[in-house]
Ligand binder design. Structure first.
Ligand SMILES: *Cc1c(COP(=O)(O)O)cnc(C)c1O
Length: 224
């Protein structure tokens, strides 16, 4: 068994049923993705549009591609109709743009709203209160071709695991607050909590992650 297949097997053993694994393949070649694919992996995460588009063309059609990077509106178009999920919607403007392009293309695009709870100022996303307000104001009601499937977030980049756990808790709590606004079930399908990377995914799962995004622990270090 190759190294990537072995890593995948080791990681899968630590992930409970009901938690999905995104293999983050950014900066890794198609050969590496192919090895993971042959080991049964079907969901891959990419953070750059051109890279995703090239890999999309090189891999079988049953791969489910997740876009996980910061997305500028002028780069959205190649993703529409190609990605299973855009995990990193970090502004209302981007959301509306995705919706417009999706409606025009006649497809539904699935997205997650990115929430910012980490200490670093460089991380993108809605603040928890901003995101709650967006839903409280009914911002999702005018979407025509976009389905909001849940939220995504990252913990602070620190060795302080108490802080990391608190960040994951805050992400999951944001989803709970939003759901509570709609006790009649209007937000059907707002189920996904995407959080947890190679070094912290086990804590994320304990705090309620339904989807983890793991790169380095599967593919090894990236050459940027
Ligand atoms: C790169 C990346 C990951 C994967 O990180 P690893 O530490 O390699 O597991 C997860 N989520 C996002 C948003 C990323 O950009």
């Amino acid at each position: 068994m190759g190294r990537i297949a072995q890593n995948l097997e080791d990681i899968r053993r630590t992930i409970p049923e009901g938690v999905e694994l995104v293999a983050v393949s950014k900066f890794h070649p198609v050969d590496a993705i192919r090895e993971a694919y042959d080991a049964g992996q079907r969901i891959f995460g990419e953070s750059r549009v051109q890279e995703l588009a090239a890999k999309f063309d090189a891999m079988p059609a049953d791969v489910r591609w997740h876009f996980i990077g910061h997305l500028q509106t002028n780069k959205v178009k190649p993703l529409i109709g190609r990605v299973a999920l855009i995990e990193s919607v970090d502004s209302e403007r981007l959301l509306r743009y995705i919706d417009d392009l999706s409606a025009r293309a006649g497809v539904i695009t699935n997205v997650l709203m990115q929430v910012h709870v980490a200490q670093e100022e460089t991380k993108f996303g809605f603040l928890p209160d901003e995101l709650v307000d967006f839903f409280a104001d009914g911002g999702m009601r005018t979407l025509r071709a976009t389905h909001i499937c849940g939220i995504m977030g990252m913990a602070s980049n620190t060795d302080d695991m108490t802080r990391v756990r608190a960040d994951f808790h805050a992400i999951a709590d944001t989803r709970r607050r939003i759901l509570e606004l709609f006790p009649d079930g209007e937000l059907r399908g707002f189920d996904t909590i995407s959080m947890g990377m190679s070094h912290d995914y086990e804590i994320a799962i304990q705090e309620g992650a339904t989807l983890v995004r793991i790169g380095t622990a599967i593919f090894g270090d990236r050459d940027y």
